[in-house]
Structure formats: C-alpha cells, structure tokens
Design a protein around this ligand. Structure first.
Ligand code: NCD
Length: 308
C-alpha cells in the first residue's frame, strides 16, 4: 500500500513509497514477460500539453500490465473543456469510465483541480511549471541504478531552474535523503526560487549556486541537464536571451568524476551536444527507457494489483 490516493506532488511521496516503487520497478526491469496484473482495468490518458515519453510510457506501462487505455485525441482539443467544462466535472465523469488517470495540463494545480471530485486515483503527469512527480521517480530509479544509493550524492541541476517542473519535483524528493548536496547552475533570470534554497539549507543540505557550469562539473556525482522551457516565457525576447546559455560538450566534461552520470528528462534542444552521447557518463537514454518500468510500478502499486 502507498500512503496517498492521488499522486499530484512530490510531497505526496514518503521515503517508504519511493522504496516500494523503486523495488517493484526493478522487478519489472528484470522480468519483461507479458503480465495480466491489470486485466480488465482502464487507464484514462489525458494529455492537454505535448508529450512523447511520459504519455507513451504510461500507455505502454498499462498495456504491459495487461490493462487497457482510453485517451483524448488532439491534445484535449476534442474534449468538452473547449466547451467550458470544468476540470472538476471532468474528473467526476471520467471516474465512471476508467480505474486510474494520468493527466498533463499547461496550468499549475490543474491536475489537483481535476482530482477534487474524482473517485479514482489521479496521477499528475506534469502541471505547467509546477510538478512532475513521476518523472522524478524515474530519475531516482536511474540514479539508484547507477550509484546504488540515494543519499550522500552531489547533484548538479543545470538550465531552467525557474520553470522546470522536473527540477521542482526532483529537488524535493532528493531532499528526503541525508547529505544530498545541491549545485544549481543557471542564468541569473532562471535561478531556482530562493525560498527553496532556504528550505534545503534548513533541512541541513549543502547548496551552491553558480553561473559557470565548469565550477560545478568536477564535483558532481549526477549532472541533471534541462531544457529552457520556451512555452513558459511571456516575452519571446527573454527566451532568446537565455536559450543557448548552456551546452554540455565532451570538452566541458574534462575533469569530471569517473562515476558521474548525466541525466536529462528530454526533450533536449541544444543543451547537450550529440557528441556527449558517446561519453560513458551519458545515461539519459537509459533514463527514458526506465520510465516504463517505474510507471508500471506506480500503476500497479496505486491500483494494488496482485500478481496472478
Ligand atoms: C519534461 C516535462 O514535460 O516537464 N519532459 C518529460 O516529461 N520527459 C521536461 C521538458 O519538457 O523539458
């Protein structure tokens, strides 16, 4: 049993929830035979914002567990939200058609709004610049897979630390583990919220902030690169100013630890040059693949599916 009904925010997850999810994900990673755990169950896959990995890995996860999916066409353009239906009405209605929902929406807190009248579990697959808890679970899974620990790690976050929802959720989850050291690298206009830095320090974590990537790289165990979130900028000129602030190259990795892992939630634009893909630290393609096993585990545990 997990401690929550809906997975809306990183803070819904306890350390015990995370351990259970990572353990079951590892089981799915090692046992790829088709399953019937979710036979007769339906996932409603509601994506009102573009997605490749998150949507397809949720849908594939449900099929691999033996369940089915229902979905909206054209990124929600075909739904009654366009006729003015509220998200909370929609949550109540979809509860009658499915057993679990994975939902992405461009507005912060929208998935929570949807969940208010929903009688089935709702999973936040990204709400605007706010949260993306399942991405962080797969990030943690990948970190644990390569480092065999989640405590005592030096993690560098690079890029859009202001609008990046994956950063928000992952920082929060990592802060549950002792001796996490945070290295935030960004352009001054895309800095991590100072309140978050204060909270991390209050919890006893060490926090560094830089503009130069080169200052952080040699210290890190994990380097988490992110895309500048173009769609969150109200002024395209502001985006142009920062879009190419960081590009990771083979050269910028000289002097990194041998055990470094480089992660990226994808999609990447220019922040990791293609030559880095050959570097032994590059683990972002594995990371994307592991999302499938982690989402299988999340669905199976939330629905309390039993092995046949
Ligand atoms: C991320 C997202 O949607 O927040 N992508 C993902 O889910 N894998 C990161 C991004 O869009 O930059």
């Amino acid at each position: 049993m997990l401690s929550f009904q809906h997975l809306l925010h990183a803070h819904d997850l306890t350390k015990e929830d995370i351990e259970k999810i990572l353990e079951l994900a590892s089981f799915f990673h090692n046992n790829k035979s088709p399953l019937e755990w979710a036979k007769g169950k339906i996932l409603a896959s509601l994506f009102f914002e573009p997605s490749t990995r998150t949507r397809l890995s949720f849908e594939s996860a449900m099929y691999r567990l033996g369940g089915n999916i229902i979905t909206l066409e054209n990124g929600g353009q075909s739904s009654s939200v366009t006729k003015g239906e509220t998200l909370s009405d929609m949550g109540q209605i979809i509860s009658g058609y499915a057993d679990i929902v994975a939902m992405r929406h461009p507005k912060a807190h929208s998935v929570q709004e949807f969940s208010k009248q929903a009688s089935i579990p709702v999973i936040n697959a990204g709400d605007g610049p706010h949260q993306h808890p399942t991405q962080s679970l797969l990030d943690l899974y990948t970190i644990f897979h390569f480092h065999k620990r989640l405590n005592n790690l030096k993690i560098g976050f690079v890029g859009d630390l202001k609008f990046g929802r994956t950063v928000n959720s992952l920082v929060e989850l990592l802060s549950l583990f002792p001796h996490s050291e945070f290295h935030f690298v960004s352009h001054p206009t895309l800095k991590i919220d100072h309140e978050k830095v204060k909270l991390l320090r209050a919890k006893g974590h060490i926090v560094h902030e830089y503009e130069e990537l080169s200052k952080a790289v040699p210290q890190l165990d994990v380097l988490y690169m992110t895309r500048v979130q173009e769609e969150r900028f109200s002024n395209p000129e502001d985006y142009k100013l920062v879009k190419d602030a960081y590009t990771l190259t083979q050269e910028s990795l000289v002097g990194c630890k041998e055990s470094l892992t480089i992660l990226h939630p994808f999609p990447r634009v220019k922040e990791i040059s293609a030559d880095v893909d050959q570097h032994p630290a590059a683990k972002y393609f594995e990371q994307a693949q592991y999302g499938l096993f982690v989402r299988m585990a999340i669905i199976a545990l939330i629905l309390q599916l039993k092995q046949d």
